[in-house]
Ligand binder design. Structure first.
Ligand code: C5P
Length: 398
């Protein structure tokens, strides 16, 4: 899986840097082209000569070569890479990556990297267990980075605990598995709805909701990264995506979202309805701003919006899958299962506003998946990026 892949191996200043030599050898043996980027502290642990001899490339550590003035572009490096692996990643480098402190070549390269990033922490057990390290690792996960968890055992301090960098063989397996599943949606067409809908009252007012679109965009991006062609029909949101193979169609109202879904669905292998579609829209649209009257309180008469998920459920063909969301505040399980059957879905993803960190606007979510085969799979609170992975994994299993 690693043959021909361009990999940046980032080495920071920790004792486990000696294992990076084995990691480099294994990556090269697997057919990867590796560019080593090392921090100034990393060079205290392992010499660039060893690393350049094994990789067949000069090791990069500074922004430019002092005697020639040759500039090392972290932007070009970031674009060149298919993956970046930081092993070992010390507490200090983890903190810098989490907070964008770009004071060395490795961190600037990390901030410029477009490719997936894998981070193998390595530190003493107390540093590993410190709330600041834990928070920084959670932040890195929420940005979509992959953490290769450290193992338990004897540490450089001779203390025993969690903090040993994962073994090079395991890191290579982790990367290989990632590249193997990366293309598991190749050739598939996926439809995703995301965000709220705005139902216009007059030129300046609308009926809407707090949906940020983050969950739907994360799902669309995960599907596209795994090789799918994605049509993302998005209500008005402030986020954007620059992941390739996503055709974003921006809409305002439920009716517009419905029209695009109906025309896109027939060629899709599966559709994930994560939009928070307004249930009702004003019957009349007033093309002038409604003025405040002295005594009269205006009445907005409403009509029902089309139920997009239910409609797709009724026209779904064999081989197509339809997945819905249920955002509930009470009687969650019953409501979700009811929607699963009523809309002829194959799977419904429940998130409850009772769970803190779940629902609109947050970067995290806590979901339970119910399938039409009556399975129930509960997940812990995770970043929306990780939740998107869990959802796509389940769909692929089905
Ligand atoms: O609003 P409700 O709770 O019934 O929504 C459940 C599912 O149906 C969600 O997946 C939502 O995106 C979808 N839905 C829709 N069109 C609507 C209402 C909801 O596609 N008008």
């Amino acid at each position: 899986m690693l043959k021909g892949k361009h990999i940046i191996l980032g080495i920071t200043g920790g004792i486990a840097a000696y294992k990076s030599v084995s990691l480099l050898r294994l990556l090269i043996k697997a057919g990867a082209e590796v560019q080593v980027v090392i921090t100034p502290a990393g060079k205290e642990f392992i010499t660039p000569v060893t690393l350049s001899a094994l990789s067949g490339k000069p090791v990069i550590s500074e922004f430019f070569t002092a005697n020639t003035g040759e500039w090392h572009s972290h932007v070009d490096l970031g674009l060149w890479a298919d993956a970046m692996v930081i092993a070992p990643a010390t507490a200090s480098s983890i903190a810098k990556m989490a907070n964008g402190v770009a004071d060395n070549m490795l961190i600037t390269t990390y901030l410029s990297a477009k490719a997936p990033v894998f981070i193998a922490p390595s530190m003493d057990l107390d540093m590993m267990a410190h709330p600041s390290t834990k928070r920084n690792i959670e932040l890195l996960k929420s940005y979509g980075n992959h953490i290769i968890e450290p193992t338990e055992g004897e540490l450089a301090s001779h203390l025993i605990g969690k903090g040993r960098m994962e073994e090079p063989e395991e890191i290579v397996k982790f990367l290989s598995r990632f590249f193997a599943c990366q293309q598991d949606l190749k050739g598939k067409h996926v439809l995703v709805t995301a965000g709220p809908t705005f139902e216009k009252i007059d030129p300046v007012r609308f009926i809407g909701n707090y949906s940020s679109g983050k969950m739907g965009y994360a799902i669309a991006e995960e599907a596209a990264r795994r090789g799918a062609m994605v049509t993302l029909i998005s209500g008005p949101v402030s986020i954007t995506t620059n992941v390739q193979n996503i055709n974003v169609i921006k809409v305002d109202s439920a009716q517009e979202m419905y029209d695009y879904c109906i025309s896109s669905f027939p060629i899709c292998d599966f559709a994930i309805m994560s939009a928070a579609v307004a249930d009702y829209a004003p019957i009349e649209y007033c093309d002038k701003k409604i003025k405040r009257e002295k005594d009269d309180i205006p009445t907005i008469r409403l009509k029902k919006n089309p139920d997009i998920a239910a409609k797709l459920g009724s026209i779904k063909k064999d081989g197509q899958m339809l997945i819905g969301f249920a955002l509930e505040t009470n009687n969650e399980e019953n409501n979700a299962i009811d929607k699963l059957h009523r809309k002829n879905l194959d799977m419904i993803i429940l998130n409850s506003l009772q769970d803190s960190g779940a629902g609109f606007g947050t970067n995290t979510n806590k979901i339970t998946i119910y399938t039409k085969q009556e399975e129930k799979i509960e997940f812990p609170l995770k970043s929306k990026i990780e939740v998107a992975k869990d959802i796509i994994d389940r769909i692929i299993q089905k």
